[in-house]
Design a protein around this ligand. Structure first.
Ligand code: F6R
Length: 588
């Protein structure tokens, strides 16, 4: 949600800021802006729309060596030029990622003091409050420290003060912010991909720490304003990981990385024995709660079926935004697992904190290293997906599913199950090599589509229909196959696309009966299964390799992802940046 990039150094700032913002465009893409210092004055340029619109309004070769930039995902105020960042009030210019929950209260207080506001944003209150506090005490660090303690909500901030045009100030609370050093200068950024063209070394600001950065120097203060040293981290990977590398879209590129992602996750936990390293004393838990949002929640659903089947441990799966506001029942041996690609999702993070307060063991399944959820959980298991740029998750979903299947093996204490993972990477490659366009052609000109399946196949229906909805704007809905006749079947009419998933021997015939029911009512059925039967109840079939149930969802999801991709392409949708969405949802 929103991306921040700042640069101060000996090189020209604008090309660096724009290049970083382009890498962060997946975090928000409805407007963009920069503030930079030229001839001892702040210049601000903003545009509604994509970063390309901002780039067109700027002279990149401008002789400026300090600036802060922003790409926005609107929360307060429509995405127009005036509401886009940076915002300036008095002597302070600010870019902000996050939400200020008490902005109305603060705004009223400042209006009473005679301060004027120009935008509908929550952010504008930050420079206004900084400026107001600065009038009382002319010490920038102290003023930032005082101001951020008056803010409620989440924020990552890049700040410039007119009285110190040689420095960028940076701080954060519950929204990520990194600082990177390259030989000729410093960057601030919301996420590592923004700086990978220049360096893979960075440090992470902690909540309420404040950094003062100029061309030669970085000083970090804790919230008591003592100077502190920060540990330097190294990102494993290169800028290539965050580039298209010849693919038309990131979504397609990331799906095609899935065999590697599977192997990397399996090798790390099984061959390199990282389960033992990370969790030497995995307890015998009495029950498990899995808490997550969106696709990560659907991975939780898959895990529920696997853990209950193979490890006989009851599992409750909940959407994080609901879980955190309801009464939850724990035993002293409950484990709460939070699944999150970004590790920054506000609802999942809040749920994690609440569970910790209740004294319950927490485990995070996360992709982004050193993210907030990763750092705050009792146990953290990283999936090995690498940077995921497309807004719709694909490879991280597959990596999370793989890791939860491995965790199931661990919880079941039946290592024999590991044999089932052998050769799955080859199956993934084979599935990736197939053509899914012909199935997409049967779907793309409809407004509705239905996904049906039972048990673990239903969990996959949920993910398949979300992929289709978010990337192609088709109203794709999932139902448990056995539930259709209780109402939903009235929606089926001539040619309605129905994607039916049927991979489990134990309930194969039951699902077939349900498919026949929709076929009899005119549905155009795409049947996804691992065992064909000679019967005429579908229009098209995708036969996936027959493997054990514990690994089967890792394969089943691939056709669903590629069909969503092909449909979105046929409908000319903006595949990597669907409308209204952003990756890393750091607001409630
Ligand atoms: C869907 C998608 C979202 C995320 C959800 C949780 O393709 O990407 O539904 O899965 O916003 O995000 P993380 O996993 O970062 O917590």
């Amino acid at each position: 949600m929103c991306g921040i990039v700042g640069y101060v150094g000996k090189e020209k700032a604008l090309p660096r800021i724009l290049s970083g913002l382009k890498f962060l465009e997946y975090r928000g893409y409805d407007s963009a802006g920069v503030a930079y210092v030229k001839e001892n004055k702040i210049k601000i340029v903003k545009e509604a729309g994509r970063i390309s619109a901002l780039e067109a309004s700027l002279n990149k070769e401008e002789n400026t060596y300090l600036g802060i930039g922003h790409t926005r995902w609107a929360t307060h105020g429509v995405p127009n030029k005036i509401n886009s960042h940076p915002h300036k009030s008095g002597k302070f210019t600010v870019v902000h990622n996050g939400i200020i929950e008490n902005y109305m209260e603060l705004k009223d207080m400042l209006i009473e003091k005679g301060i004027e506001f120009k935008t509908d944003t929550d952010t504008e209150v930050i420079p206004a409050l900084l400026n107001y506090n600065y009038e009382q005490e002319k010490d920038i660090i102290k003023v930032i420290n005082k101001t951020i303690k008056m803010l409620k909500g989440s924020f990552a901030l890049g700040i410039i003060c007119d009285d110190d045009l040689d420095s960028i100030y940076a701080t954060r609370y519950d929204s990520p912010l990194i600082i990177a050093h390259q030989k000729n200068g410093y960057f601030i950024a919301s996420d590592v991909p923004a700086i990978l063209n220049y360096t893979n070394k960075y440090l992470l600001l902690d909540n309420l720490e404040i950094a003062k950065i100029n061309v030669n120097n970085l000083i970090v203060f804790n919230s008591n304003l003592q100077k502190i040293n920060k540990e330097e981290l190294t990102f494993v990977g290169t800028s290539d990981d965050a580039m298209l590398n010849g693919y038309e879209h990131y979504m397609l590129k990331e799906i095609h990385e899935e065999a590697k992602v599977f192997k990397d996750t399996f090798n790390y936990y099984v061959l390199e024995n990282q389960f033992k390293e990370t969790m030497p004393n995995l307890k015998d838990y009495h029950d498990i709660h899995i808490v997550a949002c969106g696709s990560a929640y659907y991975v939780g659903y898959i895990a529920k079926y696997l853990i209950e089947k193979y490890a006989s441990i009851p599992v409750l799966v909940e959407v994080a935004s609901e879980y955190r506001y309801k009464k939850n029942f724990y035993t002293k041996d409950t484990l709460v697992i939070i699944i999150s690609q970004s590790g920054e999702t506000a609802d999942s993070l809040a749920a994690l904190r609440q569970v910790k307060e209740d004294g319950i063991d927490t485990m995070a399944i996360v992709n982004v290293v050193e993210s907030s959820i990763a750092r705050e959980a009792k146990y953290t298991l990283y999936v090995k997906a690498g940077p995921e740029i497309a807004v719709a998750t694909t490879k991280a979903f597959l990596a999370q599913t793989t890791l939860l299947a491995l965790l199931t093996v661990k919880l079941s204490k039946n290592n024999e199950l590991l044999k089932e993972f052998k050769g799955i990477d080859k199956n993934i490659e084979e599935l990736l090599s197939r053509d899914y366009l012909k199935y997409a052609k049967e779907i793309y000109n409809h407004n509705d589509a239905f996904f049906i399946g039972r048990n673990i196949d239903y969990a996959l229906c949920l993910e398949g229909s979300l992929k289709l909805k978010e990337t192609s704007y088709i109203n794709a809905v999932s139902f448990q196959a056995g539930e259709l006749k209780h109402g939903t079947i009235s929606l089926i009419s001539e040619n309605t696309p129905v994607i039916a998933i049927n991979t489990l021997d134990s309930i194969r015939n039951k699902t077939i009966s349900n498919i026949k029911e929709v076929k009899a009512r005119g549905a155009n059925v795409l049947y996804i299964t691992n065992e064909n039967v000679r019967d005429n109840f579908y229009n098209n079939i995708i036969l996936i390799p027959k493997v054990a149930d514990i690994v089967s969802p890792i394969l089943t999801v691939i056709p669903l992802q590629l069909i969503a991709y092909e449909v979105a392409k046929l409908r000319n949708c903006d595949i990597d940046k669907p409308r209204n969405l952003a990756k890393s949802v750091t607001v409630e």
